[in-house]
Design a protein around this ligand. Structure first.
Ligand SMILES: NC(=O)c1ccc[n+]([C@@H]2O[C@H](COP(=O)([O-])OP(=O)(O)OC[C@H]3O[C@@H](n4cnc5c(N)ncnc54)[C@H](OP(=O)(O)O)[C@@H]3O)[C@@H](O)[C@H]2O)c1
Length: 232
């Protein structure tokens, strides 16, 4: 039974991933959220509505090192993971603070927060799962990037804003390229990719198609939700 771990699933694209994946009851779906004490009503409704016995909600605040480490420890103890490893790791959660920032009025504290949440902590989550030996040897690691992480797309992007977010997604792209190489020393059949989901939540089936169709030759690639490659 394939095991999926997804971050940031209480709303938006993360919730849509869960909605699609829990429909297949052979999927084990670990839906992580910033905190189960925050608004997870929609997520609970989806999981309860589709009655997937193998879907669980766990806390993982990706801005917090402690929360990530607690998540990994809790995950390792889950019955649904007995004799199973994570086959699909979907890094979805992200921050986009003060979108009106451009490159000439960046607020360093905010940008630091965005980069921590969008780049450094997803990196830590992968490393912590790897160290805990929870990733399968052919794990597919899916980083949710953005067109705004592309130099080519950003050059002509209008209006001229979202610079902090854009810098973070470009950083995420570079992280994934490094991860695609580095992970091979530990998990030779792993594949790490980046996907730009586009602006609306319509490309979900396609994104899952990309995820399920990944081959080793795709390691380190950057896709649009349509399956086209994004120019770096
Ligand atoms: N939608 C688009 O048009 C678009 C376009 C390009 C790229 N993307 C990327 O696609 C992904 C999902 O986007 P979206 O539109 O679904 O975003 P969204 O509606 O803003 O949802 C963001 C999700 O991330 C979670 N999150 C934020 N900080 C977190 C933290 N510290 N710990 C755990 N969860 C946290 C949020 O949880 P809370 O509710 O607790 O804040 C929420 O579940 C992101 O990586 C985004 O950059 C989206």
């Amino acid at each position: 039974m394939p095991v999926y771990v997804i971050t940031g699933t209480n709303r938006g694209i993360g919730l849509e991933f869960v909605r699609q994946l829990v429909q297949d009851h052979t999927n084990i779906v670990v839906a992580s959220v910033r905190s189960h004490t925050s608004d997870v009503g929609d997520l609970r409704s989806v999981i309860e509505g589709l009655k997937n016995p193998n879907a669980i909600i766990l806390d993982c605040d990706i801005s917090s090192t402690n929360s990530i480490n607690r998540f990994v420890v809790t995950l390792a103890k889950q019955k649904v993971l007995a004799n199973q490893k994570v086959g699909f790791l979907i890094h979805n959660a992200a921050l986009n603070l003060k979108p009106e920032m451009n490159s000439l009025n960046l607020e360093p504290d905010l940008v630091h927060q965005i980069i921590t949440t969008n780049v450094l902590r997803p990196s830590l989550l992968t490393s912590a799962l790897l160290t805990a030996k929870l990733l399968s040897s052919d794990v597919r690691i899916f980083h949710t990037s953005s067109g705004l992480g592309s130099m080519v797309v950003s050059l002509d992007h209008k209006p001229r804003q979202r610079a902090g977010y854009s810098v973070s997604k470009a950083g995420l792209n570079m992280l994934a390229v490094h991860q695609a190489g580095d992970i091979k020393a530990h998990l030779p059949n792993a594949v790490v990719v980046l996907v730009d989901p586009g602006w609306v939540k319509t490309g979900m089936e396609n994104m899952l198609k990309i995820l399920h169709g990944l081959e080793e030759a795709n390691n380190g690639e950057y896709f649009q939700h349509s399956g086209r490659k994004v120019a770096w």
